[in-house]
Design a protein around this ligand. Structure first.
Ligand code: IPE
Ligand code: IPE
Ligand code: MG
Length: 255
């Protein structure tokens, strides 16, 4: 297991990854981190306590991905629709983002993690945007796991901004409309240069995509679980990967 060699996370990972085929790992895993509110409600706690617990769960998932040698991990943290939530909850989430980055960036950096953001971060509160930009700058030269944080992200908004930019360029005669194909279009998305997700995981029992990576999931494999995100562990992730490895991906062709 040579991929574990360069990584020295502070806590020991005790999960049995023995059944994972290291030759057939998903290159890109995307997770819709859902169920924080219900996790809190079940315990008679405020929703923000659920979000805090959700952040704790994240540590184990990042560590597990990093140790396995997963190349990209995309995390749906805040959608363009989540602004509809009560102001207090939105503020709590933004504050949590700032605290999380302040607290974790150095350890992530030590472990070669590269932080990348997808979404319109200009729409975030000033301090959150600055913290995010600092984290991206701090880790930009790292060659380990790429953690893509989706913030103020919406799949439709992403496609619309791509269409606008393509149109501007076409209007300035910088781009030939007839030459536009899927590959060129992809270059105008937030995920430019990142392969499409192989595996999309949604915990919490919801069976929907909620505007996440609409273009990119055309041929992704899905894995759903009833576990609320704060209870989701590396062990569940391993389970999802093993399940993924049993799938037969045909991309419309035949075997
Ligand atoms: C996911 O948990 C976190 C965000 C959307 C920011 P939720 O807050 O959606 O939790 P539920 O779905 O209400 O349980
Ligand atoms: C999706 O979860 C967004 C994030 C996890 C950030 P939501 O809880 O917002 O989605 P819906 O409302 O259940 O579709
Ligand atoms: Mg939810």
């Amino acid at each position: 297991m040579k991929i574990f060699k360069n990584l020295f996370w502070k806590q020991e990972n005790t999960y049995n990854v023995g059944n994972i085929d290291l030759e057939n790992l998903p290159v890109h895993i995307a997770i819709i981190m859902d169920g924080n509110g219900r996790w809190a409600k079940k315990r008679g706690l405020p929703r923000t306590a659920g979000h805090k617990a959700g952040v704790e769960a994240l540590r184990d998932i990042i560590r597990t991905c990093s140790r396995l040698g997963i190349k990209y991990l995309s995390l749906y943290a805040f959608s363009t629709e989540n602004w509809k939530r009560p102001q207090e909850e939105v503020n709590g989430l933004m504050q949590l983002l700032v605290l999380y980055l302040r607290k974790e960036v150095e350890e992530l950096h030590e472990n070669h993690v590269k932080i990348n953001v997808i979404g319109d971060i200009q729409g975030l509160p000033e301090n959150a945007r600055q913290e995010v930009e600092a984290a991206v700058a701090r880790t930009e030269n790292n060659d380990g796991l790429v953690v893509n944080i989706a913030l103020n992200y919406g799949g439709r908004a992403e496609i619309i901004q791509a269409v606008k930019e393509i149109s501007r360029r076409a209007k300035r005669n910088e781009l030939d409309i007839e030459a536009i194909d899927e590959e060129i279009f992809s270059k105008f998305l937030y995920t430019k240069g990142i392969p499409d997700p192989d595996l999309v995981i949604r915990p919490s029992g919801e069976l929907r995509i909620s505007n996440f990576l609409l273009w990119q999931i055309a041929y992704s494999e899905f894995w759903f679980s009833n576990i609320y995100w704060p209870d989701f562990t590396g062990k569940n992730l391993v389970e999802a990967i093993i399940d993924y490895q049993k799938r037969d991906r045909r991309y419309g062709g035949v075997k």
